[in-house]
Write a protein that binds this ligand. Structure first.
Ligand code: FEO
Length: 397
């Protein structure tokens, strides 16, 4: 019944779209939904690459059964054990008890831990090749992209890389599966948001796998999320390369909190000065309104960041504290940094922002500004100067 999309002659897309969840990992908003991708190779032997979130197992298993009919499923390759992909393994095993599960040592520890599966396992190591029917499959371990058991599978005949989460993005596949069938407009920013939210901490492991993959001739990338890439492979790899090197584009992200608008006036002044001094990309995030996932995306995207906070209970404003913690976890490197803050009777925010910048080993630009109560002329001018200093620093090549 199903007209499954063929990725190659005998390789079919059997993934699903999730337009139901509001939050991925119960944290990150999904305005465009998300897809859980899975691929079925139907040659002399049948091989499934990854499964899907258990909430969608019914439709997923129907597609597989429809394609295989009376044939058994011979193998399941588990590139990643996070439950958005591994969630249907237990049910798949019930339906196909003889299926052999291909993974690495760490995969099997998790397979037992999450689903109590200990038998019918085929262990592979980094660089191993398995010949299954007419397909030669090479396995590349990609530890900490972004879990320890992650691996990628390269299919030699069609030069397809099954890349687990790498090169993935938020966003459902609305009708089309290949990137050539889709309007890609929103996917580029969603890919950056996905990277910064999910993979962001693991820049070095991403660099290591990119190095490993650079020797391969890759014609198709089949990630576990988002479009199948055929024509934009260079762009997609370039985005992951740039983000994992923490290389920002020209532009400034202003991240601020404000209870009654006084710190916000400082942010507005700095932004106006940046613009007046020639900066085009200025992104402002009021942390009480902007979701952290977008703040992180823009922090990864641009090379300069300016953070402002009121003093609250002799600390940073709590929402600023929260975003700083998320930034610190991701070990974001090489940023130009300026900061400012306000207080009503005793200042603490500015010195805490100074300590944060030092901890991150960011390059401090300009003189920090600390304002008491409403913004006065001298502090207005200091904010203007701060924006000007950052604009000048960005203009240096
Ligand atoms: Fe899409 Fe790390 O799971």
């Amino acid at each position: 019944m199903y007209k499954l999309k063929a990725i190659a002659n005998d390789i079919f897309y059997v993934g699903v779209n999730d337009r139901q969840k509001a939050l991925f990992e119960n944290m990150w908003p999904l305005p465009y939904g998300i897809s859980y991708n899975s691929y079925l190779i139907v040659g002399e032997k049948s091989v499934l690459v990854d499964t899907v979130d258990v909430c969608f197992s019914d439709i997923f298993l129907r597609k597989i059964q429809d394609k295989l009919q009376e044939r058994p499923l011979d193998y399941l390759i588990v590139n990643h054990m996070e439950p958005d992909h591994a969630g249907s393994i237990r049910l798949l095993r019930q339906l196909y008890p003889q299926v052999q599960i291909i993974g690495n040592k760490r995969t099997f520890d998790m397979l037992d831990g999450f689903y109590g599966i200990k038998t019918g396992l085929v262990e592979v190591k980094d660089g191993d090749m398995l010949e299954i029917g007419q397909h030669k499959l090479d396995f590349y371990l990609a530890p900490m992209v972004h879990w320890p058991e992650v691996m990628m599978t390269y299919e030699e005949t069609n030069k397809i890389l099954f890349s687990a989460d790498a090169f993935g993005t938020y966003g459902t596949l609305d009708g089309g599966i290949l990137e050539t069938e889709l309007n890609l407009e929103h996917f580029w920013d969603e890919m950056k948001r996905y990277y910064s939210n999910i993979v962001g901490k693991y820049g070095n492991p991403v660099q290591r796998i990119l190095q490993k993959l650079s020797a391969l001739d890759i014609q198709v990338i089949c990630s576990t999320h988002g479009p199948v890439w055929t024509e934009h492979i260079r762009d997609v790899v370039g985005i992951y390369d740039k983000l994992s090197r923490y290389e920002g584009e020209d532009g400034v992200v202003i991240i601020y909190g404000s209870m009654y608008g006084n710190t916000e006036q400082m942010a507005e002044t700095i932004a106006a000065s940046l613009a007046d001094n020639g900066v085009k990309n200025i992104i402002m995030h009021n942390v009480s309104k902007s979701d952290a996932s977008y703040v992180l995306r823009d922090l990864f995207k641009y090379k300069a960041v300016i953070i402002g906070s009121p003093t609250y209970c002799n600390q940073l404003y709590p929402e600023i504290d929260s975003i700083l913690q998320k930034i610190e976890v991701r070990e974001v490197k090489n940023r130009l940094f300026a900061y400012f803050g306000s207080f009503s009777w005793a200042g603490a925010a500015v010195k805490r922002l100074a300590a944060f910048g030092e901890k991150m080993q960011w390059t401090v630009v300009g003189e920090p500004v600390e304002s008491k109560q409403a913004l006065k002329a001298d502090k207005y001018d200091a904010c203007w100067d701060l924006g000007k200093s950052m604009a000048e620093k960005l203009a240096e090549k």
